[in-house]
Ligand binder design. Sequence first.
Ligand SMILES: [Zn+2]
Length: 423
Amino acid sequence: MLNIGSTVPLEHGGHATITDILGSGGQGTVYRAEYSGKEYALKIYFPNKLKSPDLFRENLRALTEDKNSDRAFLMPLMLTDNIDGSFGFLMDLIPKEYKPFSDILNARVKLQGLYSVVNSAIRITSAFRTLHNSGKSYQDINDGGFFIRPSDGDVLICDCDNIAPYGEHLGIAGKPGYMAPETVRGEKAPDKYTDRYSLAVVLFRLLLRGDPLEGCKVLKSVCLTEEAERRHYGFEPVFVYDPVDDSNRPVRGVHNNIIKFWQIMPDYIREAFIFSFTVGLREPQKRLIEKQWLDLLKRLRGEIVSCSCGIQNFLSAMDTDENGKLVCMCKNHFSKPLELKGGKAGVLLSESAKLFDDNVKPIGEVVRNKKNPALWGLKNLSESDWSYILPNGEERTAKSGGAVPIFLGTKITIGENSFSVEE
Ligand SMILES: [Zn+2]
């Protein structure tokens, strides 16, 4: 262990000074360090803990030179020189407003509203899409490496030092409960297919707040020994909602979250999870690719309905009355909102509904007209102008900060995409 105040020589010259000890893991210790007037995280590996240190270092160097990774990944920035038979690297610190995914799963931290929940799922998925498209895999997807900003669902992913090109395996196996069954069985080293299994687990945990393979069958193992763990997650995995095998259903009183949230998910999300944890358990090549998840998640985000009381719900979770109106938990009845259609996913234009760009930054929001609250508009929160055509054929522009009146038949052009307001 290095002490506070120690200096660490960097490969390309200069020194980092250790200012705090942030924590220790299986591979090494992470410090807070100052370099060139800025604070960083500094990870130093334990000597002799890496299987092939030279290969590992070479891979780390390639990662420091990778300039095309998704901004979610906190990549190694600079390598250190050799220090007492070991080495390490500098990376950016995780800002305070980002909270550990594990705290969110344990409900110690709450994401603010459904937009944050779905946006974090979208950010995680699109970061892995970029990574896999560049020919690399993360190899160790689990709740320990993810940090989420509760206010908007933005994501940062650390532990990026095991990222490697396909075919290269740095000796990491993964975390139980997130590992693909074939990795648990010891048949296969992590790759993009095992990453995709782990991604489905992360999405399931995020949306349903439980373990997709932990039902009554697993509870019967009085204590989860390593052998029992290998059986439930490797050799005999059964999805809790497997449509043809009900031997591992969630247990009321233990898995209440899964039971509650499974009921309110739309069919297309349930089907994606059923596929992922039945066919996808056994046939890695058939697992959903990131693009498929992104389309489903964007559709889900567009079906978030906000009531004027502030409660948000997925459309699929809302009751309707005898007149076909939606019923909020606050007892308010309101008509199904008009929908902004265009591209693959529509967006229901309920009060305070939001439109996002690919970085989950809001670019539009449904607002009421201040002078005439019966009139609704889509406020332009982006930097660029939107052009739109009213149902009477009149062409107009909504500048940044302006709003497009929402009438059935209004057509809007945002960037290169055209949308229309439909029923
Ligand atoms: Zn309400």
